[in-house]
Design a binder for this molecule. Structure first.
Ligand SMILES: Nc1ncnc2c1ncn2[C@@H]1O[C@H](COP(=O)(O)OP(=O)(O)OP(=O)(O)O)[C@@H](O)[C@H]1O
Ligand SMILES: [Mg+2]
Ligand SMILES: [Zn+2]
Length: 724
């Protein structure tokens, strides 16, 4: 059993010895310091940002026990298993334990044998438990998923509102509230309910840089989904969100018919089945869950590689939360959506038909407009998301479909006028298909039945294709120029907003239909994928993964609790052959080293000495270069910056800077990840370079460095010249 930490032990030492990580992320260090000093705090950090260590490390540094309030039983077990694997004295108390197990936990609490105890709020608030706490030395209250106090959020829990009691009953015990939901109203509720008025607020950027956002125009959604899944690394775990239970079941069956390991999950299934699906998703590798939004809360699986939406989510908030379940481990992940005309028409109609009070409807309309604008955007998707959540001024990300394949826009004023007048001339009651027939001059039965072939608009759209017309109509609905009928027959009518456009007082630019993409094979994709490992490392990765699974099965825990994918990948890449080297790998702390270190080293040594059928066993010099780039990329994907990578790899900042530029050139990293200069610095360098007659993308010269009084290293100078 580990000894309690002495007052000399620093937070950083615990991070490295116990958790196996070598530096804090973002504001973790300040948050921990605040709690260690006994002060309250509100922590707003995105999913997978690393909130847990913010209270877990103070729990080890402060005398007494830390009580963690957590809303979900499934979440508690996972967290406690993870902590125990690290050698931390943690337990949970909830109804899933037998009476005698509960008694054991309570006596451990009484004897001071625990550092962390996870409880549900109703348990915490029971008089019996509070009496126990009165007799216990308390270190900290951590209120995880603190947005559950807010009625406005999607996860409101009435018991959370009563947690205000902690402030009055235990005024001297610090409280730390943590959530990944950052909107202002929720934040205000948390502060009020938990009495955090004077506490510092630690707000991190909500960007999830490892998630790539993309939206395709839906034609055959399920077929597109299959294509998308087949482009993912083999064995990728994912979630496919659908609107209805029926769609969930159909989609799961369809994927199964294509030999994909798909499962169905929705609130209509018996509880036992839901638990089975959830367990299979967590414990096995590479499962694909088709689900309604009922699935997700409490799914802490870090290596979900993709989240796909086959139907429009309810709002951008919902979308961000759902897609946020991908890539909690920080490795490259995909958020993919198929979206088409039918979706726009049906959500617009649902809004129009809603009998909510006008002010609620206005809010809903605003949210819907934001969602549709996101879908239809011709600029960086991440910028739109971050702006929506209040983070202004970010650069285009380089890791979304729009940045990577910018759509062109065209002046669609005349085309839009044609559509609108076709709608008006046909009585504002026909759907998209019929309007397209009229525009193209197709003499269908329906056209003839209504005499629409005699209208002046008949056939005025033969200059554009059917697909283009559907695309135009979709954007007109999304933008609110066309409105769906209320009866639900799919009819479209010209709106108030369309007036100026019809009169020619307004110019309308629309996105062009994306060019039909040639299917990319697994090898020639530009964006990095979580499984892009060099062949020899892949061999080691597979061997290590098999070993991990056998340890996990023996312990009855999910594989990622033994070591997560990021740790395993680094092991596979660096191929350590001593305990010392193994210890350097991120995610290998003392306890895990003691427990599994030898096993993993042995397995690596087996792979090393195994005869291979491949002739190549020693890398060529060129190969070595590729590997060093991959190793750097790996660390970028783990969230390290240039200086940290240099330190970690024992290479110079300039060398790593060179790697980053090459990776940027190969579209493997984004501008954010190579640029460490303020914009005025960038300008200063570029201006000086111009004065020295240097050219963009040229390598920085000594003269440039000198002209800038040696203020910048070569790595920064090169970046500035590259981005010139
Ligand atoms: N400083 C660090 N260096 C490397 N990895 C870290 C660091 N801090 C946390 N992590 C890892 O990041 C992952 C996500 O952390 P954590 O579970 O705390 O996320 P979270 O913020 O609670 O997210 P959620 O909102 O989904 O609950 C974990 O695997 C954790 O071990
Ligand atoms: Mg968490
Ligand atoms: Zn972008």
């Amino acid at each position: 059993m580990p000894q309690p930490h002495s007052s000399q032990t620093s937070a950083l030492q615990i991070l490295s010895q116990t958790f196996g990580y070598d530096h804090f992320r973002g504001q973790q260090a300040q948050i921990i310091e605040t709690a260690v000093q006994g002060k309250n705090a509100l922590v707003l950090m995105p999913t997978g940002g690393g909130k847990s260590v913010c209270y877990q490390i103070p729990a080890l540094l402060r005398a007494g026990i830390t009580i963690v309030v957590s809303p979900l039983i499934a979440l508690m077990k996972d967290q406690v298993d993870t902590l125990r694997e690290l050698g931390i004295r943690a337990a949970y108390l909830n109804s899933s334990l037998s009476m005698s197990e509960q008694r054991d936990v309570e006596s451990a609490l009484q004897q001071g044998n625990l550092d962390l105890l996870y409880v549900a709020p109703e348990r915490l608030l029971s008089e019996h438990f509070l009496n126990r706490l009165d007799q216990t030395q308390l270190a900290l209250f951590a209120i995880d998923e603190a947005h559950c106090v807010s009625q406005w959020g999607h996860d409101f829990r009435p018991e959370y509102q009563q947690l205000g009691l902690l402030a009055t009953r235990y005024p001297h015990i610090p409280r730390m509230a943590l959530t990944a939901t950052a909107d202002k109203r929720t934040r205000a509720d948390i502060i009020q309910v938990l009495s955090l008025q004077n506490a510092p607020v630690f707000l991190s950027s909500f960007d999830r840089p490892n998630i790539r956002y993309s939206i395709v125009e839906k034609d055959n959604g399920r077929k597109q989904l299959i294509d998308f899944i087949q482009q993912q690394p083999e064995g990728s775990a994912g979630i496919v969100y659908c609107l209805s239970r029926k769609r969930v079941e159909e989609t799961a069956e369809f994927l199964q018919s294509k030999n994909l390991p798909a499962l169905a999950y929705h609130a209509g299934l018996p509880q036992a089945e839901r638990i089975r699906v959830q367990d299979e998703f967590l414990l096995e590798e590479g499962r694909i869950v088709c689900a309604t939004v009922a699935f997700g809360m409490g799914i802490d699986k870090p290596n979900v590689r993709f989240v796909a939406h086959l139907d429009l989510p309810k709002s951008l908030e919902g979308y961000y939360q759902e897609t946020g379940r991908a890539g909690r481990d920080g490795l490259p992940s995909e958020a993919w959506m198929a979206y088409g005309l039918g979706d726009v028409v049906s959500v617009r109609r649902m809004l129009a038909m809603s009998d909510a009070p006008p002010e609620v409807k206005r809010i809903e309309a605003g949210k819907l407009d934001a969602l549709l604008a996101y879908c239809e955007t011709a600029s960086c998707r991440r910028q739109i998301l971050l702006t929506y959540f209040g983070e202004m001024g970010s650069l285009p990300c380089g890791n979304c479909d729009i940045c990577q394949n910018p759509p062109s826009t065209w002046n669609a004023t005349v085309a839009a006028q044609k559509v609108l007048s076709a709608a008006i001339r046909t009585g504002n009651r026909f759907g998209a298909a019929h309007l397209v027939d009229v525009l193209l001059g197709s003499e269908t039965d329906k056209v003839k039945q209504f005499g629409h072939h005699e209208l002046p608009t008949f056939g005025i759209g033969q200059d554009l294709s059917e697909a283009t017309w559907r695309n135009v109509i979709r954007q007109l609905v999304a933008l609110g120029y066309l409105l769906p009928d209320l009866e639900g027959f799919g009819g479209l009518m010209s709106s108030e907003k369309a007036r100026d456009l019809l009169k020619g007082k307004e110019t309308l630019w629309l996105r062009e239909l994306p060019a039909v993409k040639v299917k990319t094979s697994r090898q020639d994709r530009t964006s990095p994928k979580a499984s892009d490992l060099p062949a020899d490392a892949q061999l080691r990765f597979d061997a290590l993964r098999a070993l991990r699974l056998s340890f996990a099965q023996a312990q009855k825990v999910p594989p990622y609790i033994i070591f997560n994918d990021a740790t395993l990948r680094e092991m596979a890449l660096l191929d350590p052959d001593t305990t010392e080297k193994l210890k350097m790998i991120s995610g290998v702390g003392e306890q895990k080293l003691a427990r599994y270190g030898q096993g993993f080293l042995d397995r690596l040594s087996e792979v090393r000495s195994a005869p291979t059928d491949q002739p190549m066993s020693y890398p060529e010099p060129a190969q070595e270069k590729v590997d060093t780039l991959t190793a750097t990329l790996e660390l970028v994907n783990r969230g390290m910056d240039r200086a940290q990578i240099a330190e970690h790899r024992g290479l110079s900042v300039d060398t790593i800077g060179g790697h980053l530029l090459k990776l940027y050139h190969a579209s493997k990293v984004t501008k954010h990840e190579i640029l460490f200069l303020e914009s005025h610095e960038l300008l200063e360098i570029q201006k000086t370079a111009q004065e020295l007659n240097l050219k963009p993308k040229q390598t920085a010269t000594k003269a440039l460095k000198e002209a800038l009084n040696h203020q910048y290293g070569y790595a920064d100078l090169n970046v500035a010249l590259w981005l010139w």
